[in-house]
Design a protein around this ligand. Structure first.
Ligand code: MN3
Length: 228
Protein backbone atom coordinates (compact mmCIF):
# COMPACT_ATOMS: atom_id res chain seq x y z
CA UNK A 1 0.00 0.00 0.00
CA UNK A 2 1.28 3.43 -0.86
CA UNK A 3 0.25 6.27 1.36
CA UNK A 4 1.24 9.86 1.71
CA UNK A 5 3.99 10.31 4.23
CA UNK A 6 1.98 13.13 5.73
CA UNK A 7 -0.45 10.60 7.11
CA UNK A 8 2.27 8.71 8.89
CA UNK A 9 4.13 11.60 10.34
CA UNK A 10 3.07 11.55 13.92
CA UNK A 11 2.37 8.01 14.89
CA UNK A 12 4.52 5.47 13.16
CA UNK A 13 6.78 4.36 15.90
CA UNK A 14 8.66 7.61 16.03
CA UNK A 15 10.16 9.12 19.10
CA UNK A 16 7.75 11.96 18.86
CA UNK A 17 4.88 9.78 19.85
CA UNK A 18 1.42 11.06 20.24
CA UNK A 19 -1.69 9.97 22.04
CA UNK A 20 -1.78 11.67 25.32
CA UNK A 21 -4.17 14.31 26.43
CA UNK A 22 -6.09 13.20 29.46
CA UNK A 23 -5.22 9.58 29.39
CA UNK A 24 -1.53 8.86 29.14
CA UNK A 25 0.16 12.20 29.72
CA UNK A 26 2.74 11.74 27.00
CA UNK A 27 3.97 15.26 27.25
CA UNK A 28 4.02 15.61 30.99
CA UNK A 29 7.05 13.49 31.62
CA UNK A 30 9.00 14.71 28.66
CA UNK A 31 9.08 18.44 28.93
CA UNK A 32 12.19 20.20 27.86
CA UNK A 33 13.18 23.37 29.61
CA UNK A 34 10.25 25.70 29.03
CA UNK A 35 10.95 28.54 26.70
CA UNK A 36 9.87 32.04 27.50
CA UNK A 37 6.25 32.81 26.72
CA UNK A 38 5.83 34.69 23.49
CA UNK A 39 2.25 35.61 24.17
CA UNK A 40 1.53 39.20 23.39
CA UNK A 41 -2.18 39.08 22.91
CA UNK A 42 -4.35 41.69 24.49
CA UNK A 43 -7.64 39.84 24.01
CA UNK A 44 -9.26 37.02 25.89
CA UNK A 45 -7.23 34.19 24.45
CA UNK A 46 -3.49 33.82 24.90
CA UNK A 47 -0.95 32.11 22.75
CA UNK A 48 0.97 29.99 25.21
CA UNK A 49 4.48 28.86 24.47
CA UNK A 50 5.28 25.36 23.29
CA UNK A 51 5.77 22.87 26.13
CA UNK A 52 9.19 21.98 24.64
CA UNK A 53 11.87 23.57 22.52
CA UNK A 54 11.28 24.17 18.82
CA UNK A 55 13.77 21.47 17.91
CA UNK A 56 12.55 18.94 20.49
CA UNK A 57 10.68 16.84 17.94
CA UNK A 58 13.51 16.56 15.42
CA UNK A 59 14.17 14.67 13.23
CA UNK A 60 10.46 13.95 12.80
CA UNK A 61 9.33 17.55 12.81
CA UNK A 62 11.96 20.19 12.20
CA UNK A 63 12.47 23.29 14.32
CA UNK A 64 11.67 25.65 11.45
CA UNK A 65 8.28 24.02 10.93
CA UNK A 66 7.51 24.12 14.64
CA UNK A 67 8.53 27.77 14.86
CA UNK A 68 6.38 29.08 12.05
CA UNK A 69 3.55 26.68 12.82
CA UNK A 70 3.33 27.95 16.39
CA UNK A 71 4.62 31.50 16.14
CA UNK A 72 2.85 32.41 12.88
CA UNK A 73 -0.11 30.13 12.29
CA UNK A 74 -1.28 29.53 15.85
CA UNK A 75 -0.54 33.14 16.71
CA UNK A 76 -2.67 34.34 13.81
CA UNK A 77 -5.61 32.13 14.78
CA UNK A 78 -5.40 33.44 18.32
CA UNK A 79 -5.23 37.08 17.32
CA UNK A 80 -8.00 36.76 14.74
CA UNK A 81 -10.26 35.07 17.29
CA UNK A 82 -9.68 37.87 19.77
CA UNK A 83 -10.38 40.49 17.13
CA UNK A 84 -13.64 38.81 16.19
CA UNK A 85 -14.80 38.65 19.81
CA UNK A 86 -14.08 42.37 20.22
CA UNK A 87 -17.19 42.85 18.08
CA UNK A 88 -19.29 40.77 20.48
CA UNK A 89 -17.74 41.20 23.93
CA UNK A 90 -20.60 39.28 25.52
CA UNK A 91 -18.94 36.13 24.15
CA UNK A 92 -15.64 36.76 25.88
CA UNK A 93 -16.62 34.78 28.94
CA UNK A 94 -16.78 31.59 26.88
CA UNK A 95 -13.87 29.21 26.52
CA UNK A 96 -12.61 28.31 23.08
CA UNK A 97 -14.21 24.90 23.41
CA UNK A 98 -17.55 26.45 24.37
CA UNK A 99 -17.44 28.70 21.32
CA UNK A 100 -16.98 25.68 19.09
CA UNK A 101 -19.65 23.61 20.83
CA UNK A 102 -22.05 26.50 20.22
CA UNK A 103 -20.80 27.47 16.79
CA UNK A 104 -24.32 27.54 15.34
CA UNK A 105 -25.28 30.24 17.85
CA UNK A 106 -22.32 32.50 17.14
CA UNK A 107 -23.45 35.74 15.43
CA UNK A 108 -23.40 35.57 11.67
CA UNK A 109 -20.97 38.44 11.15
CA UNK A 110 -18.21 36.60 13.03
CA UNK A 111 -19.37 33.01 12.62
CA UNK A 112 -16.93 32.02 9.88
CA UNK A 113 -14.08 33.80 11.64
CA UNK A 114 -14.78 32.01 14.92
CA UNK A 115 -15.19 28.69 13.11
CA UNK A 116 -11.84 29.01 11.36
CA UNK A 117 -9.79 30.85 13.96
CA UNK A 118 -11.46 29.53 17.09
CA UNK A 119 -11.04 26.08 15.61
CA UNK A 120 -7.41 26.82 14.80
CA UNK A 121 -6.80 28.18 18.28
CA UNK A 122 -8.30 25.19 20.11
CA UNK A 123 -6.99 22.52 17.73
CA UNK A 124 -3.40 23.70 17.95
CA UNK A 125 -3.55 24.20 21.68
CA UNK A 126 -4.22 20.48 21.90
CA UNK A 127 -1.82 19.55 19.12
CA UNK A 128 1.28 20.82 20.94
CA UNK A 129 0.31 18.90 24.06
CA UNK A 130 -0.23 15.52 22.46
CA UNK A 131 3.27 15.44 21.02
CA UNK A 132 6.45 15.16 23.01
CA UNK A 133 10.03 14.02 22.48
CA UNK A 134 10.53 10.34 23.29
CA UNK A 135 6.87 9.88 24.10
CA UNK A 136 6.93 6.33 22.73
CA UNK A 137 3.74 6.78 20.79
CA UNK A 138 1.62 4.18 22.50
CA UNK A 139 -1.04 4.85 25.08
CA UNK A 140 -1.50 3.04 28.34
CA UNK A 141 -4.26 2.76 30.88
CA UNK A 142 -7.89 3.58 30.24
CA UNK A 143 -7.42 5.06 26.78
CA UNK A 144 -5.43 1.99 25.69
CA UNK A 145 -8.22 -0.29 26.86
CA UNK A 146 -10.84 1.87 25.16
CA UNK A 147 -8.90 1.78 21.88
CA UNK A 148 -8.55 -1.99 22.10
CA UNK A 149 -12.28 -2.31 22.69
CA UNK A 150 -13.25 0.05 19.87
CA UNK A 151 -10.78 -1.03 17.20
CA UNK A 152 -9.56 -4.44 18.29
CA UNK A 153 -5.98 -3.33 18.95
CA UNK A 154 -3.75 -0.27 18.89
CA UNK A 155 -2.39 -1.33 15.50
CA UNK A 156 -5.89 -1.63 14.12
CA UNK A 157 -6.64 1.88 15.36
CA UNK A 158 -3.37 3.33 14.11
CA UNK A 159 -3.87 2.19 10.55
CA UNK A 160 -7.15 3.95 9.87
CA UNK A 161 -5.98 6.99 11.79
CA UNK A 162 -2.71 7.38 9.94
CA UNK A 163 -4.10 6.42 6.58
CA UNK A 164 -7.18 8.49 7.10
CA UNK A 165 -7.42 9.65 3.52
CA UNK A 166 -7.77 6.09 2.38
CA UNK A 167 -9.91 4.91 5.19
CA UNK A 168 -13.60 4.32 4.95
CA UNK A 169 -14.26 6.52 7.94
CA UNK A 170 -12.72 9.64 6.53
CA UNK A 171 -12.22 9.31 2.82
CA UNK A 172 -14.26 12.41 2.10
CA UNK A 173 -11.58 14.90 3.06
CA UNK A 174 -9.95 16.49 0.02
CA UNK A 175 -8.01 19.55 1.15
CA UNK A 176 -6.54 20.75 4.42
CA UNK A 177 -7.94 19.46 7.66
CA UNK A 178 -7.46 17.22 10.65
CA UNK A 179 -7.71 13.53 11.47
CA UNK A 180 -9.21 12.79 14.87
CA UNK A 181 -9.79 10.18 17.48
CA UNK A 182 -13.03 11.25 19.13
CA UNK A 183 -15.41 10.21 21.86
CA UNK A 184 -18.98 10.31 20.67
CA UNK A 185 -22.07 11.31 22.65
CA UNK A 186 -23.19 7.66 22.65
CA UNK A 187 -19.96 6.61 24.33
CA UNK A 188 -17.92 5.27 21.41
CA UNK A 189 -14.44 5.97 20.11
CA UNK A 190 -14.27 6.86 16.43
CA UNK A 191 -11.78 8.01 13.84
CA UNK A 192 -13.00 10.93 11.77
CA UNK A 193 -11.73 13.90 9.83
CA UNK A 194 -12.75 17.53 9.66
CA UNK A 195 -12.03 20.05 6.91
CA UNK A 196 -10.06 23.26 7.46
CA UNK A 197 -9.89 24.07 11.18
CA UNK A 198 -13.26 22.56 12.07
CA UNK A 199 -13.36 20.73 15.38
CA UNK A 200 -15.27 17.57 16.32
CA UNK A 201 -16.75 19.75 19.07
CA UNK A 202 -18.86 21.40 16.37
CA UNK A 203 -20.57 18.02 15.99
CA UNK A 204 -20.78 17.44 19.72
CA UNK A 205 -17.91 14.95 19.67
CA UNK A 206 -15.01 15.15 22.11
CA UNK A 207 -11.56 15.25 20.49
CA UNK A 208 -9.12 12.93 22.24
CA UNK A 209 -6.30 13.55 19.81
CA UNK A 210 -5.87 15.19 16.44
CA UNK A 211 -3.36 15.08 13.63
CA UNK A 212 -2.87 18.35 11.74
CA UNK A 213 -2.65 17.48 8.05
CA UNK A 214 -2.42 20.96 6.70
CA UNK A 215 0.66 21.28 4.52
CA UNK A 216 2.14 23.84 6.89
CA UNK A 217 2.48 21.06 9.48
CA UNK A 218 4.92 18.95 7.48
CA UNK A 219 5.75 20.26 4.04
CA UNK A 220 9.17 21.81 4.60
CA UNK A 221 10.62 18.46 5.63
CA UNK A 222 8.36 15.88 3.98
CA UNK A 223 7.03 17.65 0.88
CA UNK A 224 4.69 15.31 -0.92
CA UNK A 225 6.85 12.24 -0.47
CA UNK A 226 5.31 8.82 -0.32
CA UNK A 227 6.23 5.72 1.58
CA UNK A 228 5.41 2.11 1.03
MN1 MN3 B 1 -1.64 23.79 11.80
Amino acid sequence: MVVNRRNLLYLLGVGVGAIALDACQASGDNLATPIAPIAQNTGSFLLTSLPYAYDALEPYIDAETMKFHHDKHHAAYTQNLNKALDKHPQLKGMSGEELLLNINSIPEDINATVRNNGGGYVNHKMFWKIMAPNAEGKPTGAIARAIDTAFGSFAAFRCPFCYFRLDRYTSGLFGSGWAWLVYTPDGKLEVMSTPNQDSPLMEGKYPIMGNDVWEHAYYSIYQNGEVQ
